[in-house]
Design a protein around this ligand. Sequence first.
Ligand code: MN
Length: 328
Amino acid sequence: MKLTKIANQLNEDISKYDNFLILPHVMADGDAVGCCIAMARYIKSRGKKALMVMEEKVPYIYSFMENSCDIEIYTPAKTYNYDICIAIDTGDIKRLGKRKILFENHISYNIDHHKTNDGYAVYNYVNEDVSSSGEIVYEIFQKMKASLDHDIAQALYVAIATDTGGFRYQNTNKKSFIISARLMDYELNIEKISEWVFERTNMNKLHLFENTIQNIRFHCNNRVAVSTLRTSEYMHLDVTDEDFEGLVNIVKNIEGVEIGIFLRERPDKKEVKGSLRSNTDNVDVSLIAKAHGGGGHARAAGLISSKSIDAVYTGIIRSLNEVYKCTE
Ligand SMILES: [Mn+2]
């Protein structure tokens, strides 16, 4: 679907229907949380009911936006009454976790920027040429001539700022700055937002840093760096999924490294979560991730696997050995 078409369709549906569910992907990041808050708050401003339904609670670093809209953690036993379901920043239906059942038999929207998106909704808008879903949601609002407010602008700014790594990653483009500049019209407190989202740390996170650095191993003439965290290494710490965000950057940022990979065991779910980053146009990590059950972007991709951490590690290195034509 084209941007104008999805915007018109959504505009009509907001006028026509009363109850909306807004869904970010599992282990929601700043883009997903920000976009969903913006969308839920906007729909509510049109006098309709909009509930953002999360798989897990809002990560602490985004909790300062929690009161901007109605948010709940998904309860399978509960009956949700709604007409329309909107997934944002969610590359495929599996990324909705247990909530994928909410998507069935309803009018559904899929608004996203992951190039591996397979168009799983009734109405799909996927644009892989933008930095973030935040840019897309902003443009949809523009087309709809939506009136924004401080909290909507703040949520969209967080979406764009986090997916661009604070306007540092390769996906940062002119439009990311222009849209962010326009959002500044709503008197955003950039210092406060940045402190919440980018600056804060704690002792538990420092322990994760320490172990991540200790476990770094190199492959393919030091062009590939991998670090791992096993459950046994962090079970004693009071950490949640969000505390592992960004650890992949430790390996990605090493001088000379082209591919940085971070793998960790998730204790409760008996699965392995992997983050893959590429510093080069020569290697598209979304293809490597896809080959191992994940997806994402050329420079940043991820996967969740039910195999052992050693099996995932070996499999990924085997794929990269083929790409780099090396043997270790
Ligand atoms: Mn995103």
